[in-house]
Design a protein around this ligand. Structure first.
Ligand code: RB5
Length: 162
């Protein structure tokens, strides 16, 4: 099951991607919005992200004007690795290397044709499972759980000067 959500800026693109999901016979659940009236993206990103984090949905697709607001909001939910994406290479790598579980797209950035390609690649690309990528993903999870990130022999306070 794929979770979908948009604000008004991504509403049309979300509807276009529903057509793609129908063609691919992939089931989805739409967490709104259900019209083009202005609304606040976090209100819709949150329930979609929570359902992916809980495992009730396998992946999620988010849509706003740029993808940025939806992406920021979704990544505040523990367990979510959301990427905002407007090219096919990032779509592929975000699955193969980052095991991204949500994808955010900008309805004012990408056209329907490119968005369809991005979504198809993102849905069809598996995580590589390489140990180095697993290690890096567990470092992301550690950031959610603890105030310091341990990388190899280093312990980096999150607010340290570079
Ligand atoms: C709404 O105007 C717009 O700010 C929103 O859709 C999104 O692009 C925010 O990141």
């Amino acid at each position: 099951m794929i979770a979908l959500a948009s604000d008004h800026g991504g509403f049309e693109l979300k509807n276009a991607i529903k057509t793609l999901l129908d063609e691919l016979a992939l089931p989805y659940k739409d967490f709104g919005t259900d019209n083009a009236a202005p609304c606040d993206y976090a209100d819709y990103a949150a329930p979609a992200a929570r359902t992916v984090a809980s495992g009730d949905c396998d992946r999620g697709l988010l849509f706003c004007g740029t993808g940025a607001g939806m992406n920021c909001a979704a990544n505040k939910v523990r367990g979510i690795r959301c990427v905002v994406c407007s090219d096919c290479f990032t779509a592929e790598m975000s699955r193969a290397h980052n095991d991204a579980n949500m994808l955010a797209l900008g309805g004012r950035v990408v056209g329907v044709g490119l968005a369809r390609q991005i979504v198809k690649i993102w849905l069809e690309t598996p995580f590589s499972g390489d140990e180095r990528h697993k290690r890096r993903i567990s470092q992301i999870a550690a950031l959610e759980a603890a105030p310091t990130l341990r990388v190899g022999l280093r312990s980096l306070p999150l607010n340290a000067e570079p």
